[in-house]
Structure formats: C-alpha cells, structure tokens
Write a protein that binds this ligand. Structure first.
Ligand code: SF4
Ligand code: SF4
Length: 94
C-alpha cells in the first residue's frame, strides 16, 4: 500500500488562520486548523504567531495531488510518497 505523508513546517507558517489557502484548495479536506493558545474572555488574534496550527488530520484521504504545496505562499508544506516494497518473491521473478 502506498503511504502518503503530509508535513507542515510551523516556522514557515506562523499564522495559518490568517491564510488557510491549503485548507481551501484541498479536494480531500485533509487539513484542520487548531487553536493551541486560548485565554478566557479574550478573542484569539489570527495574526498572532504560533497560536494556530495546521494539522494534516485526514492524511489517509490524501491523493497526493500537490495542490496544497503549489498554493502555499511560504513553502510550508511537503508531500512524501512511500511506495510499497515489493515482496521478496516478486523481486526474484522480475
Ligand atoms: S496533496 Fe492534495 S489531497 Fe493531499 S493534502 Fe495536499 S491538496 Fe490535499
Ligand atoms: S497555505 Fe501554507 S502558509 Fe497558508 S495556511 Fe497553509 S501551510 Fe500555512
């Protein structure tokens, strides 16, 4: 089975809630944006760095179309595809 990994680099995307381009373009709705810092009775500022994070939550749904990588203005996303290793018998016959 082919395994797809989606990597998000926080240092290149400190304010994801102010951008959200990857969330909007992904045809599989792989991403989720979560708030990691909340203060009672205070609205969270989407422009404050490192308050929101991108989580490739439904990574098993990723079809490796690369649209998120192409749309990201900061190069904060990477898609890695790991092909399955052929079974020993298949290699011997080839
Ligand atoms: S590669 Fe395509 S399917 Fe996968 S997370 Fe990016 S936009 Fe979504
Ligand atoms: S498109 Fe890039 S910069 Fe924008 S929220 Fe997604 S990862 Fe961050």
């Amino acid at each position: 089975m082919t395994i797809v990994k989606v990597k998000w680099n926080q240092s290149k995307c400190p304010t994801p809630f102010a951008c959200k381009k990857c969330l909007q373009i992904c045809p599989q709705a792989v991403f989720r944006v979560d708030c990691v810092k909340t203060e009672r009775f205070k609205e969270t500022d989407p422009n404050e760095p490192n308050v929101y994070v991108i989580i490739p939550f439904y990574v098993s749904e990723c079809v490796a179309c690369n649209k998120c990588v192409e749309v990201c203005p900061n190069g904060a996303l990477k898609i890695k595809i790991k092909e399955p290793t052929p079974a020993p018998e298949a290699t011997a016959k080839a």
